[in-house]
Design a protein around this ligand. Structure first.
Ligand SMILES: [Fe+2]
Length: 1377
């Protein structure tokens, strides 16, 4: 290490040193370290070296060891200097320090060795031994300087070295080693900056490494020790320079910056007013505007030189990174996010800091990627552009559990083991709490809502509109075309049998003149029994009548909608004698007692307006013809036509309306004429004589003969079992049991008459195209509705398969919650659909599928739900989980616990011990302080979702299916004093299976993380159970499936002119068609339900079990349902005659108003047509109808004792109200909130795919759960394809079509024409409007915490009206989606 050129041995000099220059700038004092000169050089003195004698005593003394060697000792000093960088941001020449050093070979580093001893002769300090050190080598980041010294033998121990740095720059001394002493080298550790003598001529002292108490300081060092401290103390004056080493105190008077901005003035911390520890004094001048505050530093703030962060080269990219962040990144970020007040719009935006990050603008004059080079952990260079993006590393806390910040027990845990465990403390005083309100007081203070209804007498009579002559086109001159011929139908109507269905009209040759012209009108009376009476005129002439037929333009099958005007084209070309009309008299010929001859004529196409075409015809009606009661139609076109209505103008008492809204077949398909009755309603016994036969014959046609496969144009309503769900001919695995019958009882569906399967004679072949429903039951094909009502077809037929192509791995789950969020943000790219062009799906389903701007390709991007919009974490919260049992999409399952302990009714031999593991002790502990379990049962405070006995028998079967699992479950809730539900416990049970015994476990909300996550996963299981019961039982079975027999029976047994038919008809709109579609694609084997719900292929079997065990017609009435579940008791003094067990049960409260509203309307209507109770029993159509519902439509329940007997108007009112309620209120309740509550599927997963981590865990699986419980939850949740498919279906099912018909919205023509019915309908309508107000008021009432509160979506599902779309409100008449 000693370079040969170093020969400075004789350069050692002995001179006193005296510091004349002031050390401290800013004052005139001289700080000096005077060394007393010593002129004589004492030879033959002993060479002294300080060593240590180890003792057990802590007071170790430095002692002199002497040798007999009298010669001076040659000593080599090696100074190690660290290469450092300058200010960080000027690091362009990292070797600058080195360059300087390289050029300094002269006498710039001067060293003086100081003896520890005083001169024994003079008692003064010995002269120092001096010499220059020279640069000898550089290694990595260190530079060595070396110097040689001759130390006289009597010099004594070297106790310190004085250094003078003659360089222009300060130097960082690592250490100085003196080699050559007989007892080894002397180390002097420095690690300190040595100023340039240009900055300060004062020499720098470094003491050797030994430590001394002041009193033990070697005599030669005492003065140096004291002087050095004086230097470090400074004199409390002036502003400190960066190279200084003065340590002094000041208050915090430098936080404000009043000179820059008055608003930045801050009080001084430190002092009486704001006591505070002192900080390091910098000595900066005071502010111009505030003498108490120190001016802000423009550059770096003074700290004593050795206190600043290391500037060693190798540390540049780590320890000093904080400078970069503060000086470079933060301003850059402020530029990137220019709106400083901008918060995060949502939690996904917070997530994006860890994913997409924040793009940073180029920093000052630096090139791209500057910040990412400096701060690789924080700032990443974008791959293709090289630009900087600030993207944070995820934290270990969020990696393990994304919701750690949300959980209460984690909040608490962090006070003990988080980043601030210093604040938690013991409470040592006692606070005495008082409950402000007892339960009874709280109940007393509740506001009782008073409902006002429009008075019964206040309906308004509106006169029928009179058609003007304007509407009659002059070119219609077909007057003389009227002919009178009998008509007899020879061609069979029903295909597949040889019977002839005919409507024979007996010919009548004589034309009776001078008969009175008869017209039926109404005399309003105060009596509800308003009769139709004949008014007569003396006009003896025939009446000229103009018939206007309105035909709707329609489109063909939706997916073939390429020629939208096809129907019109056909019509345009048909100007000939193609539409034949015959007017039928209501009367029989009084002479012959036979039917009168019809009056015939052809109608011709006269005009087209928007989507309607008019046909017109003129008739001469003889004066003795009597009232026109029906019209027979023959459609000579090639295509079927949709008749909207027929209006006959020209009668002296105004026009006659015949409402059709029906398809009329082409005579090519079926030569049988079609009958349309006038709008009046008649009980069978009141049917005008001239119409009786027609009425009966028409019903026969509608009933069909039970034979053959039905054609799409037919109108036959018949029954069948659900034998069309499986598809065994395609795949053996798709064989499904027949639902309907002894083994699997089920309501009946519409018969299609398709042939049986080749491989299974019990199953019907699947339909390759659309499934038969009677022609008028199919969805509207009006042109303007093409893109709305029929959207479901698009989703099911086009979107779902497309999605399955896009997400090809059907078992893929979501890797994290951000991936779930991305369904609402980025979405899922869809492949082009079949042979359609780009953007096909986005045109069809604009709400669900968006076209990508630049490519035009389709992306499935979901709308966020209103629930997540209001509160992204709604799904995670326990009290929301409980609230949704009362006001969510399935408020039909919660029930009162009436028996304790909980016990299964299943066979213990098969399913294991029946006793619940939810014991009295567990629950007592949970509700301790409020009441005991016994008191809770007595006071009706415990409620349950009981999915134990329904699911347990299916557990072992379901667990054989790949990708799913099942438990029986019980979830217990406690009604809190404030009227909300609190979940107490979830019990999951597995029966004995695979040689293992029964397994059951109770999970409870708790205060440790492992328990909380098990609770959360148990909740996912219960939610999957609840989703299954909601969809398979409370939605599909109880509304869709149960309704279909009512639709069929009503059409088969009640004539269209029967008042009850007219009352029920709006409640049946499109139900058969949506059900047919469901059988085709939702509930079928391998269909959407089976592939997305926990029970898999057993889903529909479970629906059948629920029908078998639970379904009762009488319990479908809302009040009966509530009583049955213990949610209400009868109480004549309470509103609606019921007292609710949970006062704020939003579904029940709104539902009961709606139930009563429907019931009142039905009562008014029924009582009008059945003024005499005996009329019910004598109404053959009505009795046949009810019998058929009970014994055919619900044949598997025909012997049940609970069927209501139909004897009185009261019976009929209850039956009709029940049917109307199920079609409207019940269905709306469970249907239109589906997207709100299931669109963000973690709130209601349809399937739980994995077992609880605690059930037979392997060490690995349990450790996985502990390491990252969120992943275990995500694995339990639906797969990507299950989730997205259900989300798309739920979106469509929650949608109101633009042609939706809401309760009370439009009046049926037949109701409109009867003044009394019109009046009571108006009252019905008024009450429905009032219900909207009531619901708004309730949602605004902050006391009703189950429907109102922070982040809660108001309960509006029973608000009758709604705009189109996914609105979470609106009660349509019927089940159409
Ligand atoms: Fe539905």
């Amino acid at each position: 290490m000693m370079k040969p050129q170093i020969t400075q041995l004789s350069h050692s000099t002995k001179t006193p040193f005296l510091l004349h220059k002031p050390f401290i700038h800013g004052d005139g004092n001289i700080a000096s370290l005077p060394i007393i000169s010593r002129h004589s050089f004492q030879k033959k003195k002993k060479n002294v070296r300080v060593g240590f004698i180890p003792t057990t005593n802590v007071n170790i003394k430095a002692v002199a060891s002497t040798t007999e060697n009298e010669k001076p000792t040659s000593v080599e000093a090696i100074v190690t200097v660290k290469l450092t960088v300058g200010g960080f941001l000027s690091n362009l020449g990292l070797d600058r320090g080195l360059d300087d050093i390289k050029h300094l070979l002269g006498k710039t580093l001067h060293l003086e060795l100081v003896s520890s001893e005083l001169d024994t002769r003079t008692g003064l300090e010995k002269e120092t031994i001096k010499g220059y050190a020279q640069w000898t080598s550089k290694e990595e980041d260190e530079v060595k300087y070396e110097s040689s010294f001759e130390i006289p033998e009597d010099f004594g121990e070297v106790g310190a070295i004085l250094v003078e740095n003659g360089h222009q720059e300060e130097m960082f001394f690592k250490d100085i080693i003196l080699n050559g002493f007989p007892y080894g080298p002397l180390h002097i550790n420095c690690n300190s900056w040595v100023h340039s003598k240009n900055d300060n001529p004062q020499k720098r002292v470094f003491f050797a490494n030994k430590s001394y108490l002041p009193s033990k300081t070697p005599s030669g060092l005492r003065r140096l020790r004291e002087e050095e401290l004086k230097i470090l103390r400074g004199n409390g004056q002036g502003e400190h320079k960066s190279f200084e080493r003065v340590y002094d105190y000041d208050v915090y008077n430098d936080l404000g910056d009043p000179d820059t901005n008055e608003d930045l003035k801050r009080p001084v911390l430190g002092g009486k007013q704001y006591p505070y520890p002192r900080r390091c004094r910098t000595g900066r001048p005071r502010c111009d505007t505030d003498p108490l505050s120190e001016k802000r530093s423009s550059g770096s703030t003074y700290v004593p030189r050795d206190e600043s962060f290391s500037e060693e080269k190798r540390l540049t990219f780590s320890a000093k990174a904080i400078y970069s962040v503060l000086h470079a990144l933060v301003p850059s970020l402020e530029t990137a996010i220019f709106d400083s007040e901008l918060g995060f719009p949502n939690f996904t935006a917070i997530d994006s800091l860890f994913n997409e990050g924040v793009n940073l603008p180029p920093f000052e004059n630096q090139k791209k990627g500057f910040l990412s080079t400096l701060l690789p952990r924080l700032v990443k260079a974008i791959a293709n552009t090289g630009e900087d993006v600030l993207r944070f590393e995820t934290t270990d806390t969020m990696d393990r559990d994304k919701f750690f910040w949300f959980r209460d027990e984690e909040f608490a845990r962090q006070t003990l083991a988080g980043v601030n465990p210093y604040s938690i403390q013991l409470v040592t005083f006692v606070l005495i709490h008082h409950l402000v309100l007892s339960l009874s007081e709280s109940a007393k203070n509740r506001i009782i809502l008073v409902m006002c209804y429009i008075s019964a007498a206040s309906y308004i009579y509106i006169s029928p509109k009179k058609l003007t002559k304007k509407m009659m086109k002059p070119q219609i001159t077909q007057l003389s075309h009227s002919t009178k011929t009998p008509f007899l139908l020879h061609k069979p109507f029903i295909h597949g049998d040889g019977n002839i269905a005919s409507l024979p009209i007996i010919s009548r040759h004589s034309f009776q003149k001078k008969k009175k012209n008869v017209r039926v009108g109404f005399i309003p009376t105060t009596n509800v029994n308003i009769k139709a009476v004949a008014s007569t005129t003396e006009n003896e002439k025939p009446t000229s009548v103009e018939a206007i037929v309105t035909v709707k333009l329609t489109v063909g099958g939706f997916l073939s909608n390429l020629g939208l005007d096809r129907g019109l084209d056909d019509i345009k070309h048909l100007l000939g004698k193609t539409l034949h009309l015959e007017l039928v008299s209501s009367e029989l010929d009084t002479r012959t007692g036979l039917e009168k001859e019809t009056i015939k004529g052809y109608a011709q196409w006269t005009s087209k307006e928007e989507d309607e075409v008019k046909y017109e015809s003129s008739f001469e009606i003889p004066e003795d013809f009597g009232e026109v009661g029906a019209i027979l139609v023959e459609n000579g076109h090639q295509e079927e036509m949709f008749f909207k209505d027929i209006i006959l103008n020209g009668f002296p008492y105004g026009p006659l309306h015949i409402n059709c809204n029906s398809w009329v077949h082409s005579k090519n398909d079926n030569p049988q004429k079609r009958v349309f009755f006038a709008n009046k309603s008649y009980l069978p016994s009141k049917t005008p004589s001239g119409l009786r036969r027609l009425r009966e014959e028409e019903l026969k046609i509608l009933r069909g003969n039970g034979q053959g496969e039905h054609k799409s144009f037919e109108r036959v309503y018949d029954y069948d079992v659900y034998n069309d769900l499986g598809d065994p001919d395609t795949n053996e695995d798709l064989k499904r049991p027949v639902l309907g019958g002894k083994q699997y009882p089920y309501p009946r569906r519409c018969r299609t008459g398709r042939p049986r399967c080749d491989t299974d004679p019990l199953s019907e072949k699947r339909s390759s195209g659309s499934t038969y429903v009677p022609r008028d039951e199919s969805f509207s094909e009006e042109k303007r509705l093409t893109f709305s009502a029929k959207a479901i077809y698009s989703v099911l037929h086009a979107l779902v398969p497309s999605l399955e192509t896009a997400i090809f791995d059907s078992e893929l789950g979501f890797p994290n919650f951000t991936a779930i969020d991305s369904l609402f943000n980025e979405g899922v790219n869809l492949p082009p659909f079949e042979n359609q062009k780009k953007g096909f799906l986005s045109t069809l389903l604009p709400r669900l599928v968006k076209a990508i701007a630049n490519t035009g390709e389709d992306v499935l991007r979901f709308e966020t739900t209103d629930t997540m919009d209001r509160d992204k974490f709604f799904w995670f919260r326990d009290e929301e989980f409980a609230r949704q049992t009362l006001a969510g999409v399935n408020p039909y399952s919660i029930q009162l616990v009436t028996e304790w302990p909980l016990k299964s009714k299943l066979d213990p031999k098969i399913y294991g011990p029946p006793e619940s593991a939810i014991t009295t002790e567990l629950i007592d502990r949970e509700i301790k302080g409020l009441m005991t379990v016994k008191e809770a049962i007595n006071q009706k405070k415990l409620f349950i979702l009981d999915y134990h006995d329904l699911f347990l028998p299916y557990v072992s079967k379901v667990r054989e299916i790949k990708g799913t699992t099942l438990y029986g479950s019980r979830t217990l809730f406690f009604l809190t004093p404030e009227g909300t539900l609190r979940p107490l416990a979830i019990e999951l049970t597995r029966p004995p299976m695979d040689g293992k015994p029964q397994w059951k476990q109770v999970f409870m909300p708790c205060w440790n993380a492992t328990g909380v996550w098990q609770w959360r996963i148990a909740k996912a299981h219960v939610l999957a159970h609840d989703s299954g019961v909601h969809q398979l039982v409370n939605h599909w079975l109880r509304t869709h499936a149960a309704m279909e027999p009512y639709v069929i029976a009503t059409n088969r047994q009640l004539s269209v002119v029967h008042p009850i038919y007219r009352l029920l008809h709006p409640h049946f709109r499109y139900t058969m068609d949506i059900n047919a579609l469901a059988r085709q694609i939702l509930i079928n084997g391998g269909g959407i339900i089976e592939s997305s719900f926990s029970p898999g292929e057993y889903s529909m079997e479970l629906s059948s079990v629920a029908y078998d065990q639970q379904w009762q017609f009488n319990l479908q009435a809302l009040p009966a349902d509530l009583i049955n579940r213990g949610m209400a008791v009868e109480d004549p003094t309470a509103p609606h005659g019921l007292k609710l067990t949970i006062e704020d049960y939003p579904f029940a409260n709104d539902g009961l108003v709606l139930w009563d509203t429907i019931k009142e309307w039905v009562s008014d209507y029924v009582n009008y047509y059945y003024p005499n109770p005996s009329l019910i029993e004598s109404d053959q159509e009505l009795q046949a109808w009810w019998t058929e519902i009970r014994t055919v439509g619900h044949a598997d329940k025909k012997d049940e004792p609970w069927w209501p007997i139909l004897k009185t108007p009261k019976d009929l009112i209850e039956i009709i109200t029940t049917i109307a309620w199920v079609a409207s209120g019940h269905h709306a309740t469970v249907n239109f909130g589906q997207y709100s509550y299931t669109g963000y599927f973690p709130n209601r997963p349809t399937i739980a795919r994995t077992n609880m981590p605690i059930e037979d865990p392997s060490e690995e699986s349990w450790n996985n759960f502990l390491r990252k419980p969120e992943s275990v939850l995500l694995e339990c949740f639906p797969t990507k394809i299950q989730a997205t498919r259900m989300m798309a279906v739920m979106d469509i099912l929650s949608n109101h079509s633009p042609d939706e018909e809401y309760l009370g919205d439009l009046v049926e023509s037949a109701w409109d024409e009867n003044l009394y019915i019109k009046g009571v309908f108006e009252r019905f309508k008024g009450r429905l409007t009032k219900l909207e107000e009531i619901i708004d008021e309730r949602n605004a009432n902050k006391n009703l915490m189950n429907r109102s509160g922070a982040g809660i979506v108001p309960y509006e599902l029973l608000k009758p009206s709604s705009p189109p779309g996914v609105t979470g409100k609106g009660v349509p008449y019927s089940i159409s989606i």
